[in-house]
Design a protein around this ligand. Structure first.
Ligand code: PLP
Length: 500
């Protein structure tokens, strides 16, 4: 780590007695405090608190300098495959931060939160239209939680037909995102892998013998994690349905399909979407997220509670009052609750702002441009980077490292060297189908100039790998933190200043 550029820790800047501000005295005497212990003895700390003591300018400068050492979509191009790091328009932030939304308590009664409930309901309906589904819940807090919720819907469906105990298997392709088998396992189901063909799509011949009455569902991503559209999807859907199982669509990366194709029309029964990818919420580092789940007609009764419904008239047939139009309901047949609230409201607000500002034509452009941008980069670089699967791909694609393997320069080295050129690294070593996977997803929000500059940087690195491989192998050289020892950091993390 380059400590000179990176700066010191706030603890190293600490000087005893320094204060940023003075809190007004409370008026309580020491005796008052002494006589009012609120915590039981065993829970009170006796050792002094080791907090940094700094003046206000030192604290402000320290954290501002730290923030400029970070990388985000607002500072540069971020082609992190499978993560859809698109630029997030600031208007979405303004909408989500509006005091009428941001100040709302989760337990506000429905009559006083009609605007927020209308937002939830409108987003539900928009996602139904985009995904070709009958109903959506916005309650899950992440893509993975959406997967689990969707699989719980599938279990509830089979149980309702008396097949809950029999149908315990979930088929997952070998190219699947790791959360798919993990969610199936958390849901108490058994994971069965189906192989990919040479062209990266699901091998239907391998799938057919796996399908029997022990299968609950197949989970597919389409375009798959290689960015390739599963052209056999109608055949797969028909085989799966004939076996009595359901089709689950992992729509974490719905971007290329926007306005172009709908999972519901492809034969999928249950799907989730990552609002924090396709529908523009700044994400990374674990949050914030939202993984709405959509279902085809007939499955909506199993969706989790609570639900938001829109009423046009009272049970007696009178028009409803404005304060009663949107209501929160709990269905007795539901699989239960997957969240204490109606999900991550600020992410939902951003998503609806994004959908409404783009409109249906704009959304359609987003999907097509995401594919065009990825294809432009792929075609411009495939003479120096190894493209393991030729042919059409969509919003992302995977190189298997450099074409010239003789230099010993790995995908990790290329990713690190890109940081010196001012780009966030692409996703590396995923999917697991190739040894040197380098997965690039530019998204639709980048200009032709940005794409050309990135292509030039990638070509520079390929040339450098041939002429001066050591420089690439020891990169990055220009970042505040150079090359930490990833393995030691993972195996022996030192997380506190005291242990440094
Ligand atoms: C294809 C796919 N499925 C599922 C997920 C899981 O989403 P989340 O990280 O919100 O849990 C991701 C996230 O990267 C993904 O790319």
């Amino acid at each position: 780590m380059n400590r000179k550029v990176y700066g010191k820790l706030i603890f190293e800047l600490s000087r005893e007695g320094r204060r940023g501000y003075a809190v007004p005295r409370s008026g309580l005497t020491a005796d008052d405090v002494e006589n009012k212990p609120t915590l039981p003895e065993g829970m009170r700390r006796s050792a002094p608190l080791n907090l940094p003591e700094v003046d206000e300018p030192t604290a402000v400068r320290h954290y501002n300098n730290m923030s400029t050492n970070n990388f985000g979509v607002d500072t540069g191009f971020y082609p992190l495959g499978s993560c859809t790091m698109k630029y997030n328009p600031k208007i979405n932030e303004e909408m989500a931060a509006h005091s009428c939304f941001a100040g709302l308590h989760p337990s506000t009664p429905a009559f006083a939160a009609q605007g927020a409930l209308e937002l939830y309901w409108t987003l539900q309906k928009s996602l139904c239209e985009i995904g070709g589904m009958e109903e959506f819940t916005l309650n899950p807090f992440a893509g993975a939680q959406g997967e689990l919720t969707g699989l719980m819907v599938i279990r509830a469906y089979h149980a309702s037909r008396g097949e809950g105990e029999k149908r315990r298997k979930v088929i997952v392709p070998d190219s699947a995102h790791g959360t798919n088998p993990a969610s199936a396992a958390v849901c108490g189901l058994e994971v069965v892998e189906v192989k990919s063909r040479e062209d990266g799509t699901v091998d239907v011949a391998d799938l057919e013998p796996l399908l029997d009455d022990s299968v609950a569902a197949i989970m597919l991503t389409n375009p798959n994690t290689l960015g390739i559209f599963e052209k056999d999807i109608p055949r797969i859907a028909s085989l799966v349905h004939q076996a009595g199982a359901l089709m689950y669509y992992d729509g974490a990366n719905l971007n290329p399909l926007l306005g172009v194709a709908r999972p519901g029309d492809m034969g999928f029964d249950v799907m989730h979407v990552n609002l924090h990818k396709t529908f523009s919420t700044p994400h990374g580092g674990g949050g914030p997220g939202s993984g709405p789940v959509g279902v085809r007609k007939g499955l909506e009764k199993f969706l989790p509670n609570p639900r938001v419904v829109r009423r046009t008239e009272t049970p007696e047939g009178f028009p409803v009052k404005d304060t009663d139009r949107y209501a929160i309901e709990y269905s007795p047949i539901s699989l239960g609750s997957v969240s204490a609230t109606l999900g991550n409201f600020a992410v939902q607000a951003r998503a609806l702002a994004y959908i409404l500002t783009l409109g249906s034509d704009g959304l359609m452009d987003a999907g097509k441009l995401a594919t065009l941008n990825a294809t432009y980069i792929k075609e411009s670089l495939k003479d120096c980077y190894l493209l393991p699967i030729e042919g059409l791909s969509k919003h992302e694609f995977v190189f298997d490292g450099l074409r010239d393997k003789s230099t010993g320069v790995t995908t990790l080295n290329i990713a690190k060297r890109l940081l010196d050129h001012g780009y966030h690294a692409p996703t590396i070593y995923f999917p697991l189908l190739f040894h040197e996977s380098l997965m690039i997803e530019p998204t639709e929000t980048e200009s032709r100039e940005t794409l050309d500059e990135f292509i030039a940087a990638m070509r520079d690195i390929a040339r450098e790998a041939a002429e001066d491989p050591e420089t690439v192998k020891t990169a990055p050289h220009l970042t505040p933190v150079t090359r930490p020892d990833d393995t030691t950091a993972a195996l022996n993390p030192i997380l506190t200043f005291d242990n440094l």
